[in-house]
Ligand binder design. Structure first.
Ligand SMILES: [Zn+2]
Ligand SMILES: [Zn+2]
Length: 359
């Protein structure tokens, strides 16, 4: 119940998490209240296989979640994947009921550190350095409407044991003779040529991975989300609802298992690199690879992102600000007119230079 309703002890208004104060804050009377039990549960990694075996494979969460605002009693249909948000009528924090959540709950959060005003400032600086941005977009940026979103991510730890077969290539040089034409005469010459001798190779390598990060839903373009990395996962603290109050929390839609499938793809290059080093020689070929994963652990964590999305010429553009570092990533429209005028300007400049050089 405390998750749903947390009134300011001074004026009764709903408290929210403040990025500036790293505490609960009342927007009405500006009171500050400490966060309960200083960060909630410990940040613990959970066994992957045990959790997978214990999951109910039936329907995980309802498609449509209805939440009731404890402040103004409005009934709200939450957007897809959203389990906590602000009331669209009175702006108070609202939370989806326990039973309408997915089976696995986030264990840890990196709290917002950059507030809305600071995010907007980072965003404006970023926009100013973009060339050929349509004027309408620049104007829109000044009044950017950012949404504070906690994005769910899976992180996986595991060990791998990989049996491989391949070939080790060693360079050697041979002397090759050839015919060249010098001063109109044919002459015999020699040169050194590099060749590779291949030897069979096979063996086993081991790797250890920690915190392989996989976005746990597709609500935002994955390429943009991935560009916000790296996150300092050392800043993770135990999940607790006080940290979410006033922000949007999204749930996962990528399952624990398919998330691990993506983690395997991320781990693969490092495993192959280890194999190459084990094979040695000057150049390597990898023919067969069999990876066994063991001691797999995972965490479901929430990462803080400011999201701004707007429509321009019927296309939606999305801008993200990492709410820890202020890093901005975004899709951007191009102003065709600005590019055309710039090209004309450059052509005129070149023509002018040529004209004066010819005089
Ligand atoms: Zn208050
Ligand atoms: Zn409300």
């Amino acid at each position: 119940m405390s998750e749903q309703h947390k009134p300011c002890p001074n004026c009764g208004n709903e408290l929210e998490f403040s990025a500036e104060h790293q505490a609960l804050f009342c927007r009405h009377c500006e009171s500050i209240a400490e966060i309960e039990n200083n960060g909630g549960a410990a940040v613990a990694t959970t066994g992957y296989l045990e959790t997978l075996a214990g999951l109910d494979n039936g329907e995980d969460a309802p498609e449509q979640i209805i939440a009731v605002c404890k402040n103004c009693a409005a009934e709200l249909e939450l957007p897809r994947n959203v389990v906590a948000d602000r009331c669209s009528y009175c702006s108070s924090p609202i939370f989806a009921a326990e039973q309408s959540r997915r089976q696995l709950r986030p264990c840890a959060v990196i709290p917002f550190k950059i507030n809305f005003e600071a995010a907007l400032e980072h965003y404006r600086i970023w926009l100013r350095s973009r060339w050929f941005l349509p004027g309408k977009v620049k104007r829109q940026a000044r009044t950017g409407k950012f949404n504070g979103v906690y994005l769910p991510h899976w992180t996986y730890d595991c060990g791998t044991k990989t049996d491989y077969t391949g070939q080790r290539g060693e360079y050697y040089f041979v002397t090759v003779s050839y015919t060249a034409v010098e001063n109109g005469k044919s002459v015999r010459r020699t040169r050194q040529e590099r060749r590779t001798r291949w030897y069979p190779a096979a063996g086993t390598v081991e790797n250890r991975f920690r915190n392989v990060l996989v976005p746990a839903n597709h609500s935002l373009p994955e390429t943009l989300v991935k560009k916000l990395e790296p996150w300092s996962l050392g800043s993770l603290i135990g999940y607790q609802p006080d940290l979410i109050r006033g922000y949007q929390e999204q749930s996962y839609s990528v399952s624990l298992e398919s998330g691990f499938g993506e983690a395997k793809v991320i781990m693969e290059p490092q495993i192959r690199e280890t194999i190459r080093r084990a094979i040695g020689g000057d150049v390597q070929r990898i023919d067969g690879v069999a990876v066994a994963y063991h001691n797999i652990g995972f965490k479901l964590v929430l990462l803080p992102v400011w999201v701004n999305a707007f429509k321009f010429r019927n296309k939606e553009y999305i801008f993200l600000v990492n709410a820890r570092t202020g890093e901005v990533q975004g899709e951007r429209p191009w102003s065709v007119w600005k590019i055309i005028f710039f090209s004309i300007f450059i052509l005129a400049l070149v023509a002018g230079v040529i004209f004066f050089l010819n005089r």
